[in-house]
Design a protein around this ligand. Sequence first.
Ligand SMILES: NC(=O)c1ccc[n+]([C@@H]2O[C@H](COP(=O)([O-])OP(=O)(O)OC[C@H]3O[C@@H](n4cnc5c(N)ncnc54)[C@H](OP(=O)(O)O)[C@@H]3O)[C@@H](O)[C@H]2O)c1
Length: 397
Amino acid sequence: MQAITRKLGHQSLKHSPAISSFKSLYPPSDDQYYCSRFASNVATSGGGHLARKGTGGRSSVSGIVATVFGATGFLGRYVVQELAKMGTQVLVPFRGSEDSPRHLKLMGDLGQIVPMKYNPRDENSVKAVMAKANVVINLIGREYETRNYSFEEVNHHMAEQLAMIAKEHGGIMRFIQVSCLGVSPTSPSRMLRAKAAAEEAVARELPEATIMRPAVMIGTEDRILNPWAHFAKKYGFIPLFGDGSTKIQPVFVADVASAIVASLKDNGISMGKVYELGGPDVYTMHELAELMFDMIREWPRYVNVPFPIAKAIASPREFLLKKVPAPMPTPTIFNLDAIEAIITDNIVSKDALTFEDLGLAPHKVKGYPVEFLIQYRKGGPNYGSTVSERVSPESYP
Ligand SMILES: NC(=O)c1ccc[n+]([C@@H]2O[C@H](COP(=O)([O-])OP(=O)(O)OC[C@H]3O[C@@H](n4cnc5c(N)ncnc54)[C@H](OP(=O)(O)O)[C@@H]3O)[C@@H](O)[C@H]2O)c1
């Protein structure tokens, strides 16, 4: 083949009858087809700046072609937006409906956001969505099990598979694995144990991968304040597990997206590192719930549910999951594994690398990040009273 190239020169190569007959005689194998851009199958360490051309706006060319697994989720939309607004081509693998990645298309210039249907259990289809990329970001995760997917498969094995394929690909300059704050192989939470195993597997396959461990994320589509607000509107109170004194360090979702993109823009210093991404303030669960009530302008009412009782309430779903041949309801507040995870405090460790090391300062959660909660105020944005205004329920009209 090289001899033919030399003989014919580059210009005539494309239409050469010799090449056409060569191609028809030797059609590319699956692997060659998916990875045809890359000659080597050795992972490159990828130090140095990735971002290359343009002013940095949506219509410039960042030089990054990123496959974002899990882009259809909560964090995904913020990551895709951050990438797209600096002129990155984003490949969006999705499963299920064509509608699931639709909202992402508008975030970039025409043709820059490319939804690609894939099957996470089919290795070739995963290879196909990664073939043209030089960056892989893994946001796949789930905090509950379904009949089809176990914690281990979603949170651990899929990450491991992506890292293996990225290594084999050879042209992936950066791999970002999004994990969770508090991961540990000894955690009582199965999801946190699976995430810990994923981190280990990713680091084994790709020592240069960057691992991000966000704390509980807050934002318009979050899965802590929204379920609380729904519950409070429906029942007039929320259940607080234990006495609500567990400490967490909630973080604004857009800050996590910024951290991911900042790690791509650096000179490679974030490669092979683990970052713990918590907000600037530590809250107890009770304090965070107070903030939610304040925003929705409802009087705070709680029912303290001791952990053993909370687990007992959440257990039937898990027990029946694999026994009943029907889909079980998605757990929101009473999620057994999530209850296990919040028995102990979950805050950024002292010597961890954080936002600061990426040159970022995270937003305070109180303020813009929780403003979306005003949608829960019935009767308009000025309806009701809040604790901060020191108005008692007796003074309601
Ligand atoms: N939300 C938080 O507060 C929080 C806190 C710390 C860490 N994290 C981690 O951050 C990452 C992103 O979180 P998120 O809140 O954006 O999660 P999310 O909204 O639940 O989105 C998860 C993504 O993973 C995909 N996914 C789930 N199960 C899958 C499966 N079996 N096969 C293929 N794809 C699957 C989903 O695809 P579909 O849309 O097709 O379901 C979705 O795109 C996750 O790894 C999560 O564990 C989240």
